[in-house]
Design a protein around this ligand. Structure first.
Ligand code: ZN
Length: 479
């Protein structure tokens, strides 16, 4: 039954992805060929934002991320694709019968993007379904656009004639033949597949300034293989096949050294940046915001915190940090705390040890690189932790005592009333700074609690009052 539901789900999702790709191809046929394409260095994240869809129901979770570009037409196509995957998963979750109480269907959509100049951007989406412990299905969808015209860009836009497919097939086969780190069964499969189906064996492609990438999804061989293989083919090696209107970068590419904000390795500074005096009879509260930062709503919340000279804690997602560096800096300047909410909102109890480390460490490092401060508190996605997760995280796990389910009830009044009717000294309030209704509610909650004389603390300040700053504990509120 479960498998059957999954198969139906997979088929439908494949159809959605297929339609999306067909749509892209149709669009690109109409694309203008004569325009010049000039490869140019560009700030990858300029004019780019990230949006997310988060759901947390009894038998399924959704964490889907998608880009927001400066072109509305492109944004609409991408959002339609994401939402069709999400609503398909929601429909099919109705037929999903978990074997135990803590088994859930998970839909995770992540993406990466590359650009060859300010206008031409390639997106690669990875759609991943799991039913708790095992990964059932990975799919890839890719699309490239000209953000100026809103039109799709295909491989054809770059090549003089159709010879290029044979060249790309040859280079891909070469990669599989020579890459000894790949499973030999996987390599063998793709070598045969490319020989038989040519470019039909490509599962996606993207363009960056320096190379054309072709993606192969090993999951289509068997669910045992969960790797997406990216074959990077330098444009310089395809020069003879390119159109005359293609202008490759002048100099050969050299990887720019990563520039990090300098911080003193020896003196470990921890969040928050400054302390607040608390008397024993003070009423205290900690506001916490998950799943952000968000360029609009986090900004509004920070402005309101700053205006009132109070602090909150932001449990950030690692995959949003490149879009939000200035927001993180502002959090530090206000004395707020930044906590770790994982890289991409995976349910940590359902992934391998190695993946837990990746989901947590990458955020610790990135936040430290951007702000100079070290993360002290972790809030695992869905609040889900067990002995293994706690041991690997090895930091205090901070949950909450008041949850208005603001991701579900998108009404500031309902959210505000839920919180204010329950709140007491020592509570930790859970909100999400990615919704307008939550930002509106937060502002009303702050005003009311200030008038009631509450002192606002970060979660680490609350932990200190409770003398509970031990690693691996689960903290929900000050008693
Ligand atoms: Zn979350």
């Amino acid at each position: 039954m479960i498998n059957k539901a999954f198969n139906i789900l997979n088929q439908k999702i494949l159809i959605i992805i297929f339609s999306f790709c067909i749509f892209t191809v149709c669009f690109s046929i109409a694309a203008v060929y004569s325009n010049r394409i000039i490869f140019a260095e560009t700030d990858k994240f300029e004019d780019m934002e990230i949006e997310s869809v988060m759901r947390n129901y009894d038998n399924y979770n959704v964490a889907a991320y998608y880009p927001i570009t400066k072109n509305r037409q492109v944004n609409r196509q991408i959002k339609d694709f994401i939402m069709s995957c999400v609503s398909q998963a929601e429909n099919d979750a109705r037929y999903y019968m978990p074997k135990s109480k803590d088994e859930k269907l998970n839909l995770l959509i992540e993406y990466n993007f590359e650009r060859i100049n300010k206008d031409i951007v390639s997106f690669v989406f990875v759609v991943c379904y799991t039913d708790n412990k095992s990964i059932n299905r990975y799919d890839i969808a890719s699309a490239s656009y000209n953000l100026k015209s809103g039109k799709a860009v295909s491989m054809k836009s770059f090549f003089e004639n159709s010879d290029y497919t044979a060249a790309l097939c040859e280079k891909s086969k070469e990669y599989f033949l020579n890459n000894s780190s790949l499973d030999s069964k996987v390599s063998g499969y793709f070598i045969d597949d490319i020989s038989n189906s040519g470019a039909g064996s490509f599962d996606g492609y993207s363009f960056s300034r320096d190379y054309l990438s072709i993606y192969f999804n090993s999951n289509k061989i068997s669910s045992k293989y969960q790797q997406i293989i990216e074959v990077q083919i330098p444009w310089s090696s395809l020069k003879h096949l390119l159109k005359k209107n293609i202008y490759l970068p002048e100099s050969s590419y050299e990887a720019a050294a990563e520039v990090f904000t300098s911080y003193d390795e020896e003196s470990n500074l921890y969040f928050p940046a400054f302390n607040i005096n608390v008397e024993s009879d003070d009423k205290v509260i900690a506001l916490t915001f998950d799943d952000g930062p968000h360029s609009v709503y986090t900004d509004r919340i920070l402005k309101h915190l700053g205006k009132n000279n109070i602090v909150a804690t932001f449990f950030v997602l690692g995959n949003r940090l490149n879009y939000s560096k200035d927001l993180l800096t502002r959090m530090v300047d206000l004395g707020c705390e930044i906590g770790n909410h994982s890289l991409s909102h995976k349910q940590l109890t359902a992934v391998s040890d190695k993946e837990i480390v990746n989901q947590i460490e990458s955020v610790n490092n990135e936040v430290k690189n951007i702000t100079g401060y070290s993360i002290r508190a972790v809030r695992p996605p869905y609040g889900a932790s067990d002995k293994r997760v706690k041991k690997i995280i090895n930091k205090p796990i901070v949950l909450w005592s008041i949850d208005p389910e603001d991701w579900k009830y998108r009404d500031p009044e309902i959210i505000k009333n839920h919180v204010l009717s329950r709140v007491g000294s020592g509570d930790i309030i859970l909100l999400h700074d990615i919704y307008k209704s939550s930002a509106d509610a937060a502002i009303m909650i702050i005003d009311e609690l200030l008038s009631q004389g509450y002192k606002f603390l970060t979660v680490s300040q609350m932990l200190e009052l409770e003398d509970e700053s031990t690693n691996g504990i689960v903290f929900t509120h000050k008693k």
